[in-house]
Design a protein around this ligand. Sequence first.
Ligand SMILES: CC(C)(COP(=O)(O)OP(=O)(O)OC[C@H]1O[C@@H](n2cnc3c(N)ncnc32)[C@H](O)[C@@H]1OP(=O)(O)O)[C@@H](O)C(=O)NCCC(=O)NCCS
Length: 166
Amino acid sequence: MAVPKVRRQSGAARIVARDLMARLGHPPEAIPRTRGEPPCWPVGLVGALAHDSDFAVAAVSKTGRYRGIGIDIEPDLPLPPGLEADISTPQELARYTPDLLSSRLLLVIKEAVYKAVNPMDGIPLGFQDVNVDIGDMTCCTTSGWTVSIKTVTSPVICALAVLDNA
Ligand SMILES: CC(C)(COP(=O)(O)OP(=O)(O)OC[C@H]1O[C@@H](n2cnc3c(N)ncnc32)[C@H](O)[C@@H]1OP(=O)(O)O)[C@@H](O)C(=O)NCCC(=O)NCCS
């Protein structure tokens, strides 16, 4: 059944997050799940979770370091055919190689960016609202945020998006 499976994945991401909280010297408090919403982080912490059927990841920081954090993962598989123009902006389509555009990298980056900024302003963003600059590893959103990113592409595609406190 799908629902218990998702709950297990969600729980796995929370195990990772509580381990990170402990490394930050924070007691292992619960991270309540809110349906279709950002998780509820303990006071003083900011973070993000992502999970699929094989992997669960989390990123956690003290609020003094970052204002917002997002993380996302996807299998290292090509996008379903025909989705490039939905995921990529016209600038990205003009700028990046076919290999990059047909991978899931921009999708993963944009979902990580969404998770970093949406809890702060509640503004819904679509894929066309985020422009990714792979050269300087930043993204700009139509809602006015500039977010730094880090990525890995093996064994899964994973992106971390952080919004500095400065
Ligand atoms: C939030 C969203 C990106 C999650 O992506 P997903 O592939 O379904 O699932 P993931 O495993 O990557 O992430 C799930 C986790 O995201 C977190 N999350 C959900 N909504 C969130 C939000 N608005 N802000 C930050 N984090 C959120 C939750 O922690 C959730 O896990 P949980 O239910 O166990 O607590 C997606 O559900 C969504 O709302 N998309 C619409 C916006 C969008 O994608 N725009 C295009 C990119 S800009």
